[in-house]
Design a protein around this ligand. Structure first.
Ligand code: HEM
Length: 100
């Protein structure tokens, strides 16, 4: 991981921690349902059938989280100061290998 723990390298390639502040680059426009689907089912942006969230986001550990707890986190994050932060897309391991 990098010093700020916002980037991780592993067999999945390179992943970057998402913006989950209340900005529109974060979860500002998300519904609670989207937040729950991202957190508990690992769907990117909470969109069913999109891509799965990569490690080290530990979404598998949140599967059994109660709706009330998900809601509390959602409302807390929605109340944060918005930080505009367009995070880079993940890099696949294949792409990494081909650059060397
Ligand atoms: C309660 C704690 C956490 C919450 C509420 C949370 C929430 C989220 C959400 C909602 C996303 C999806 C964002 C999107 O789809 O745009 C996400 C992605 C991510 N999270 Fe977490 N997270 C938590 C803990 C962690 C931890 C402990 C790590 C790392 C050690 C982590 C690393 C990541 C990474 C790398 C991504 C991006 C994954 C990808 O692009 O596929 N998260 N997180």
């Amino acid at each position: 991981m990098n010093e700020g723990l916002t980037m991780a390298v592993g067999p999945w390639g390179v992943s970057f921690a998402s913006d989950i502040t209340s900005d529109e680059t974060g979860i500002g426009t998300w519904t609670e349902e989207q937040f729950s689907k991202a957190l508990k089912q690992g769907w990117y942006k909470g969109i069913d059938g999109g891509r799965k969230l990569l490690p080290p986001m530990p979404w598998q550990n949140f599967r059994e989280m109660k709706d009330g707890d998900v809601r509390a986190m959602y409302l807390n994050l929605k109340s944060t100061r918005p930080v505009r932060n367009i995070v880079p897309s993940p890099v696949s391991p294949r792409l990494q290998a081909s650059t060397f």
